[in-house]
Ligand binder design. Structure first.
Ligand SMILES: Cc1cc2nc3c(=O)[nH]c(=O)nc-3n(C[C@H](O)[C@H](O)[C@H](O)COP(=O)(O)O)c2cc1C
Length: 141
C-alpha cells in the first residue's frame, strides 16, 4: 500500500460544478483501480491524498500531473503504508455549501485545521495525521 499527498492550484475556469463531474468519473476509475483517498478544496487550492498499490498511485499521479485544470502541483508526502486511511471512499470530497448547517460547521473546523497546519503552504510530514483529523471531522456526524 502506498500513499501520496500533493497540493495544487485550481485553474480559474475549474469551478465547483466541473469539480463534481470530474469527481464522478474519478470515483469510478478509482474503484476500478483500488484507489481510495480524499480531496479537499479550499480557496481555489486542492489538497489530495491518494492511496493504493504503488504502481497504480504512480500512474494516477502521472495523469493528475498532466491535467490542465490545475497547476503548481507539488508533492507534499509519499510513502509506503500498512493500511488505508479512507477505506470506504473512492474519493471523499466535502462540499462547502450544499449540505446545510452541519456541512458548514465541518468546513469551518477543517479550515481551522488547514490554517493551523499550514498544509497548503509547505511540505509537511505531518500531513497524514492532518488527513486523519479531517476524516474524523467529515465522518463523525
Ligand atoms: C484536483 C484533481 C484531482 C483528481 N483526482 C482524480 C482521482 O482521484 N482519480 C482519477 O481517476 N482522476 C482524478 N483526476 C482526473 C485525472 O486528471 C484524469 O482527468 C482522469 O483520471 C481521467 O483520465 P483519462 O480519461 O485520461 O483516463 C483529478 C483531477 C484533478 C484536477
Amino acid at each position: 500500500m502506498y500513499s501520496l499527498v500533493y497540493r495544487s492550484v485550481a485553474d480559474e475556469s475549474f469551478v465547483l460544478p466541473d469539480i463534481y463531474s470530474m469527481l464522478s468519473r474519478a470515483r469510478n476509475l478509482n474503484a476500478e483501480n483500488g484507489i481510495t483517498g480524499c480531496l479537499l478544496y479550499h480557496n481555489s487550492k486542492f489538497l489530495q491524498l491518494i492511496e493504493g498499490e504503488e504502481k497504480k498511485i504512480r500512474e494516477l499521479f502521472q495523469k493528475i500531473s498532466n491535467d490542465q485544470r490545475h497547476h503548481q502541483l507539488e508533492i507534499i508526502e509519499q510513502r509506503a503504508l500498512n493500511g488505508r486511511m479512507f477505506n470506504d471512499w473512492n474519493m471523499a470530497f466535502h462540499d462547502y455549501g450544499q449540505n446545510g448547517q452541519s456541512a458548514f460547521v465541518k468546513m469551518g473546523q477543517i479550515d481551522s485545521y488547514l490554517n493551523a497546519s499550514n498544509a497548503f503552504k509547505q511540505k509537511n510530514p505531518l500531513v497524514l495525521s492532518f488527513f486523519s483529523e479531517v476524516k474524523d471531522i467529515l465522518f463523525s456526524y
